[in-house]
Structure formats: C-alpha cells, structure tokens
Design a protein around this ligand. Structure first.
Ligand SMILES: CC(C)(COP(=O)(O)OP(=O)(O)OC[C@H]1O[C@@H](n2cnc3c(N)ncnc32)[C@H](O)[C@@H]1OP(=O)(O)O)[C@@H](O)C(=O)NCCC(=O)NCCS
Length: 328
C-alpha cells in the first residue's frame, strides 16, 4: 500500500461580507441572538457573477501551487458540494475544464457538511492502491444561492467558500500524512435537514417555488443533538481504531456549524478547549468547505505545526459523519 500525503492546501473566501447586523435588516433577529446561539459574527457570500466552480478553481489553484504541481499533473478531481453549478453535469467537470487539468478524471460527491472527510477518504483509497498519484480534493459551496433569506432559523447559519487539498503518493514540502479515517451514515433522518425541491421527488414547478422548496430546510434543534452525538462518536471511533487517546491529539478541527456544537463535542471527548480550532465566527457554516478551510487556517496561523497529530471531524445532512486522522 502506498502512503497518502497532503502536499498542498488552498482556500478561497468570497470578498463580500454579510454581518449579523446586515441580517438584522432582513429577518427578525439580532446580533446578540446569533452570537450567543451560534458563535457566528459574519459570513461571506459569492458575488453575483460567481458560482461554485469559480470559487473551487481559486482554492484549487492555490493548493496546486502549494504542492508545486501543474494542472496536468492531477489524475483525479473530486469536488464535494451540495450547491453545484447545475443539477448535472458534475461541478468537478467544470472545474477540470477551467483548470485545463486535461489528464484528470472528475466526479462530485454529495456528503453535505461531511463532504471533505468523505472526499478525502475516497482520494486516500485511490492513492493507497496506486491507481492515482495526485488527487485534487475540493470542498466548495455557494450556499447563499440555496438559503431562504426570509427564514431566520437557517439564514443566519450559512456562508460561502471553498477549500482544496492536493493528496499525493509522495510527500511535499512537509511530511503531512493522512493516517486513517472513520465514516458513518444514518439515512433515517433525511427529513430533518434537506433541500426538498428540484429533485425527482419534487421536480421544479411554480408550486415548488411558491412553497420555497428549493431552499435549505432544517429542524435545528433535532439536528443539533444528533450532530453532537455523531461527531463525538467519530472522534472516539477514530481514536479507538488507531489505539490513541485524546491527549495524543494536538488539535481537533471540527466542522464549524455552531460554536455550541463545537464546545459540546470538545467536552464529550474530553479535550481542552484551547486544542479545539474555531473559525465559525468569521465564516459561518460553509458545509463541504468548512473542515478544509479550518485546517488551512489552523496550519497557516501556526496552530497546527509539523508533526502534530490532528483530527478533522464533520457531520452533515444525510445524516453523514466522518473523522480523518492526519500527522501534519
Ligand atoms: C438553528 C439553531 C441556532 C437554533 O438555536 P436553538 O437554541 O436550537 O433555538 P430554537 O430553535 O430552540 O429556538 C429558540 C427560539 O429562538 C427563536 N429563533 C430562531 N431563530 C432565531 C433567530 N435567528 N433570531 C432570533 N430568534 C430566533 C425561535 O423562534 C424560538 O422562539 P420561541 O421560543 O418563541 O419558539 C440551532 O438549533 C442549531 O445551530 N442547530 C444545528 C444547526 C446545524 O448545525 N445545522 C447544520 C448541521 S451540519
């Protein structure tokens, strides 16, 4: 089996900022409510002429430059997204064209907020078997296009952004190695978090649009509890699988949906608060982009240092959850 290395990372956050005060002007809410219930202060949204593949490409370019690779060196592109450019084809095909990565095959995966750990797991298996040498793994979302800006229960939570990693069979500038992953799925709660309209159940009609079914729907309270339970299981699961204890982990990098969820998971797995990375205040929940952007910020700010054992953990609609163990 080949080893799996992260040889480059990149991110792109759209320039336009939407603060809690901006949202106060749109729905009946307050900066104080959003801050205390979620920890979010602001999020970014794509420009009118930007779509998911555009921001995916910008993150990917940085990751490839970081890895010292050209687009033609990439064998496979996986885009994790729930807000693709179109219903089909895959956004990864658009990314392949925009990057001129003509040697790469490309597909998307839909694993909502767990998209990055899921995509990284697939990439790792392809590398381990020797099938591919360099895989571009991207998490990219333009959630603002699917957010109901009249629903205060959801519109406060989400933001747009993209992150990317190059995963290779040889080390890059650092020895950052993907060691293991842990994935879980429970499809019994599909109704708690979804975008019901526009699929084969409710194809787009005037009625589905009038009923706002093309926007994200969520039972926030129920999702909160399952998120804490599932991410706790994923962290404990990956530790057990690798015969580690929580004290071995230098940084926990959780999905950034809500600061209260992050704190509850940290408490449940008994890790000191200062070892749990947080950037939800700046970006909100960017779904598939969140964990890779958090890893990027943790590395670039010096929180994660070479040699550190790091656990990424995420949870999303499906429900799906996953953790990745990395020695940075
Ligand atoms: C959405 C979420 C922030 C709501 O927080 P909460 O503490 O559960 O709040 P509740 O839904 O119980 O609502 C409490 C009250 O606040 C109100 N409220 C909801 N959103 C509000 C807002 N933006 N501003 C002000 N009040 C709001 C509710 O109407 C309710 O009022 P009521 O008591 O008069 O009925 C929280 O449930 C959450 O973060 N859930 C998980 C979301 C998530 O992470 N999803 C993605 C997973 S990947």
């Amino acid at each position: 089996m080949e080893k799996v290395y992260i040889t480059g990372i990149g991110k792109y956050i759209p320039k336009k900022v939407l603060t809690n005060h901006d949202i106060e002007k749109m729905v009946d809410t307050s900066d104080e409510w959003i801050t205390t219930r979620t920890g979010i202060k602001e999020r970014h949204v794509v420009a009118d002429d930007q779509c998911t593949s555009d921001i995916a490409v910008l993150a990917a370019k940085e990751a490839m430059a970081d890895a010292g690779l050209k687009p033609t060196d990439i064998d496979l592109i996986i885009v994790a997204t729930i807000t693709g450019d179109m219903q089909f084809p895959a956004t990864s095909c658009v990314v392949q064209r925009k990057l001129h990565a003509k040697n790469a095959v490309a597909f998307d995966i839909s694993a909502a907020c767990a998209g990055f750990p899921y995509a990284l797991s697939i990439a790792s298996e392809y590398i381990k078997t020797g099938r591919f040498k360099h895989v571009l793994v991207i998490g990219a979302e333009a959630l603002s296009r699917f957010t109901d800006w009249t629903d205060r229960g959801t519109c406060i939570l989400f933001g747009d952004g993209a992150g990317a990693a190059v995963v290779s069979n040889v080390p890059g500038k650092t020895q950052s190695e993907v060691l293991s992953d842990y994935l879980g799925t429970d499809g019994t709660h599909v109704g708690l978090l979804n975008t019901p309209g526009g699929g084969s159940v409710h194809p787009a009609t005037h009625a589905t649009v009038d009923q706002r079914l093309h926007y994200i729907k969520m039972e926030g309270n129920a999702v909160f509890k399952i998120a804490v339970k599932s991410m706790t299981e994923a962290v404990n699961g990956i530790l057990q699988k690798n015969e580690l204890i929580i004290d071995d982990i230098a940084s926990l990098i959780p999905h950034q949906a809500n600061l209260r969820i992050i704190k509850a998971v940290g408490k449940a797995v008994k890790i000191a608060e200062e070892r749990v990375f947080v950037n939800v205040d700046k970006y909100g929940n960017m779904s598939s982009a969140t964990t890779i952007v958090a890893l990027y910020d943790a590395v670039r700010s010096g929180v994660v240092r070479p040699g550190d054992l790091v656990v990424l953990v995420a949870f999303g609609g499906g429900f799906v959850w996953g953790a990745t163990l990395i020695r940075w």
